[in-house]
Ligand binder design. Structure first.
Ligand code: FAQ
Length: 341
């Protein structure tokens, strides 16, 4: 019976079944039961969503809800893992042992976030190997922001402060997402992400207390990372095809534009406090707590999303190379697991 419930969303299969129903009276009864079952299941699903009860892996869910989550959670996981690359580039060149230790811990956290998220996505019935294959084939996305180069130490400050700051703004809201494993992963990720944002801000703060050259480096870094950070929230709501279902199913709790506004409102005062300015000539302060940003370069955004950013090729090639060179580690882990279970 379960197989029939899942398959019934396939139109051709449904048509063949309708023909069969006309021919076999007993099957008619079975089919009616099945259709009723699906309606009941959908109603139960919607009731849970409305009552803020989390959907769990073994619960019935509409096919489109499942595939929406598979897409979003796996892309989120890829972002965490690919996001290690721009920062990893600076571990060996951190300006002190303290800075090196902090950066190392931060990057390790991002790898861990990828693990939680791949595990959450796997509960939806797709293997991790498949997710990685989709990434390597360019079928699955990761955040556009990681396709920009990290040129100097100030960029490490800007990534922590702005990129993690933008990520956490989104992730705080995702703690209330409707799918249980995703929401629970977000709780831990947010705790760690808030430390990441502070380590980035501390770097910028220290540079702004330093020499004129250091201050210029910090301003140059915010000039280059500000717009890519705003783009992390995705296209305007009016151009966001996934938002309508995401909001209906409470996967997204706030829209792309609303989250972007929240990020701007909290980040501009932080910039001003240490003497930095955001590179937006059209920014307007609407009232005490709210700002309106100028035009985002959406052509640039789509270029980067579609694989033509400054570092897209480099990031993906790097991932492919080390994934392939690390195959023996995965094989050893599987053998070890077999021996111990
Ligand atoms: N980059 O209809 P929407 C981090 C795609 S974690 C690339 O609005 P949706 C931690 C989108 O996928 C950062 N593609 O889509 C860290 C869709 O294409 P598709 C990652 C983007 O899903 C810090 C199409 O455009 N965070 O940084 C982007 O409703 C430092 C239409 O867009 C998450 O992934 C983009 N920026 O909203 C690690 C949070 N924006 O899939 C290391 C979870 C949009 O239909 C160092 N994800 N697209 O082919 C989300 O909240 C959502 O998926 C959005 C996009 C908001 C990213």
């Amino acid at each position: 019976m379960i197989i029939v419930i899942f398959s019934i969303s396939n139109r051709h299969f449904k048509d063949s079944l309708k023909v069969a129903i006309l021919l076999i009276p007993d099957l008619n009864v079975i089919m009616n039961d099945t259709i009723i079952s699906e309606e009941i299941l959908l109603k139960e699903f919607e009731d849970k969503i409305n009552a803020e009860i989390k959907i769990e892996p073994k619960d019935w869910m509409p096919v489109a809800y499942r595939s929406h989550l598979i897409r979003q959670i796996s892309q989120h996981a890829h972002s965490e893992v690919i996001g290690m690359q721009p920062e990893g580039n600076w571990i060996s060149r951190a300006p002190s042992i303290r800075a090196k230790k902090i950066l190392l811990a931060k990057i390790q956290d991002e790898g861990g976030h990828g693990q939680y998220l791949y595990s959450a996505a796997e509960t939806l019935g797709v293997s991790r190997d498949q997710f990685i294959q989709w990434l390597h084939e360019g079928k699955s996305k990761y955040s556009s922001v990681f396709n920009y180069p990290s040129l100097n130490w100030a960029d490490i400050g800007a990534i922590g402060w702005l990129v993690d700051g933008a990520a956490i703004t989104n992730q705080v809201s995702l703690q209330r997402t409707s799918y249980g494993p995703y929401a629970r992963a977000m709780v831990r990720i947010c705790k760690e992400e808030s430390f990441h944002q502070r380590q980035g801000y501390e770097i910028m703060w220290k540079m702004m207390e330093g020499t004129k050259e250091q201050q210029e480096m910090a301003q140059d870094a915010i000039n280059r990372w500000w717009w890519p950070a705003l783009m992390m929230f995705g296209p305007h709501d009016s151009d966001s095809p996934n938002t309508s279902n995401a909001v209906k199913w409470k996967i997204k709790r706030e829209s792309n534009d609303r989250l972007r506004e929240k990020f701007i409102n909290k980040t501009i005062p932080q910039a001003e406090l240490i003497g930095l300015t955001v590179p937006d000539a059209k920014i307007i302060k609407i009232d005490e707590n709210n700002y309106k940003h100028g035009d985002i370069n959406w052509d640039e955004f789509w270029q980067v999303v579609n694989g033509n950013g400054p570092c897209n090729e480099q990031r993906l090639n790097h991932h492919k190379k080390y994934h392939s060179e690390g195959a023996w580690v995965r094989e050893c882990a599987i053998e070890f697991n077999k021996k111990n279970n």
